[in-house]
Structures are given as C-alpha cells and as structure tokens.
Design a protein around this ligand. Sequence first.
Ligand code: PMP
Length: 402
Amino acid sequence: MSVFKDVDMAPPVAVFNLTARYKEDKDPAKVNLGVGAYRTDEGKPWVLPVVRTVESQMAADSTLDHEYLPIAGLKTFTEAATRLALGDDSPALLQNRAGGFQALSGTGALRLGIDFLSRFGKSKTVYVSDPTWPNHMAIGRDAHFTEIKKYRYWDDKTKALNIDGMLEDLRNAPEHSVVILHGCAHNPTGVDPKKEQWEQIAEVMAAKKLFPFFDIAYQGFATGDLDADASSVRLFVKKEFELFVSQSFSKNFGLYNERVGNLAIVTQDNDSLMRVQSQLEKLARPMWSNPPNHGARIVATTLNNPSLFAEWKEAIRTMSSRVISMRALLKQKLKQLNTPGSWDHITDQIGMFSYTGLTSKQVDFIIQKYHVYLMQDGRINMCAVTNSNCDHIAAAIHDAVT
Ligand code: PMP
C-alpha cells in the first residue's frame, strides 16, 4: 500500500488553472486576461530590448562563470535594487542602515522576510488587505503566523479605497502586528492610497507600532515613473520606520521565469542591519542555499549603467502607456455599447489589473460564451487587452451585465 494513500488531492492554483483551461480552448477568439504578464499589442510576450542587449553581452563575456553566488546574492544587484526602491538620496542608505538580500523573486523575498519576522518579530499576527494577492495569506500561514487578518481596503459600492475602514482596522490591530502593504499598483484592485492617505496610514501605524512590509511587485508599472511608484515606501522611510520591502523584477523587466527578487531591509542602525542580514543567511541556506545569477546579473548590469538604465526606463514607459491606452479603449468601447454602469474605474485604476466589479456568475458566462478567461473575482489583466481583441472583450462584458 502506498505511503501516500492518505494524501488528498490539492485544488489547483486558480490563476494557473485558468491558463491551463485557456490553452485547451480551441476557439480562435479566445483571450487570456488571467495571469499578470505583459503582452504586446499583438498579444505576444515581450522580451525587453535592453534584456536582449545585456544577455548578448553576457554570452560574449568569457570572464563570466557559473560559480555559486554568496547566500545573500549578487552584491551589485542587491545594492542597486535597494537603491531603486529607497531612492539614491535615502537617509537610510546614507546612514548605512539599509541593505538588500537576494531572493527568488518577489514571492521568495516575501517568504524570506515573513519567515524572518515569524521567528524574530514581536508579533505572530499579520494583516493583509481585503482583497489581496492570495499568496500573501498562504505565505503568512506557511511561515507559521498564528493570525492572518484582513484590513478593509476595497469598497464595492464606490469602487474605490475604503480609507476609513482601513485606518480603523489598523487602529484596532494588536501592537507590533506585521502589515503587508502594496507599494503601488495594488493587486487585484488597481487602487492605491493617495499621498495624504499614505500619511494617515503611516500615522496610525506609528502610533500602534505596526511593522510595514511593503510588497512592491510593480515598480514602474503604475505610473511609468520608478520614483513616483516607490513614493509610499520612501515616505515610511522618511518617517523613520524600520521596514521590509519585497521587490520583484518579474514584471518591470519581463523576467518572470528568472526569479529575480530582493528583500530590502531598513533598520534603525547599521548594527541591527548586520544582525538581520546574518540571520537571513541562516534562513536562506536550508531553503535555496544560493540564489540564481542570470536574471540578477541582467538587472544589476542595467541598473548600474546609465545608458542601459535609460533604455530600461523607456521600455517601462512603453509598457505602462500601452496599459493606460488599453484602459481608455476598453472604457470607450463599453460606453459606445451603452453598457449599464459607470466604467470610470477602468481608467481610474492603475497598474496591470482592473477590478471590473463583474460577479463570479458573470465571469463564468464570459468564459463559457466568449472564451475570454478572467479571474473569478472579476480581475482582468489589462496588459492582455489589445487593439484587436478589445471589441470582443467589451462585447463579452456588455452581454454579461445586460
Ligand atoms: N506580489 C504581488 C502583489 C504580485 O502580484 C506578485 C506577482 N503576481 C508578486 C508579489 C510576486 O511575483 P514574483 O514572485 O513573480 O516576483
């Protein structure tokens, strides 16, 4: 009898299951608005030209080898990534109390940081936004946080941020709880707090000694401006919080399968930073031992070279402006069809996703009748909308809500 006879079949991960169903679908008009990955207006994945350039330089460079990286990763990468999040003039960097630690993309950086806080933090309660990227809950659970709580975020009626609810929930949180905050381009809602609202959030969090853990998986994707997209993190650093930031280079470099991530750490002093980094090494060693080099080198080379950096910023603008124009187009098509309801939220929201407000039943209808695949909560990946498929998507939404 098998050792594994009592192992239950786990339900599939929703977003990957959706992609599998999409792949099996034979309909020529099918569209995948599920997984958060950028597509060109031809509906194709995009390797950024700067990535191609650096990869060919790397291939031709005979001095590069495949030796292990240090446990904490490629220093030129972690330093540049940390600067990218905190800003060159960050007080924490100037005072040597901020540093990075390479991890397996944003997910790995979150897991590493949350695991660390579970062992060394002052609380076993973690707060996530309602709704959030489902992996936040899973990571909290697997890192043995005893309580995974939600703070109010999205208001279904106004299709906007419920700032009062959010502040109230944070005010009622136990002291020292960890709070995961989306640095920009909130997933799935596409709704970010405004500057004054971030100020209010910081004020409540300081009063309750809550620990900010920023997840910034979309720097550059929200506004097209890397600095503007990191302003939430920088505000908290200026207010002298100790904090973690998980950074992903999946989206802004299109390096999804290379697993390029950084955990940026801001502490009160250099001594604390050294101790935290030393313990992170002890956590990473039995998990993945050393991080992968290829993607980290591409990012480090680009961030550390002014002309490659300029080229990358151009690519980010290309991606973010295409998304913004597709938001406008989809709204325009729905208006032309006289689809009931206001669709202003499509253009008000930012980043990769739009939280359409479609119900689960409407989603099923759209998938079945129109072969347009979207998440059950109504989230659509705006990057997969193109000039060619927008009519079809608008017709599907129109049909579902009328
Ligand atoms: N955080 C959020 C909010 C995300 O949406 C994602 C990607 N879907 C990630 C983190 C991490 O992605 P990756 O592990 O590819 O960096």
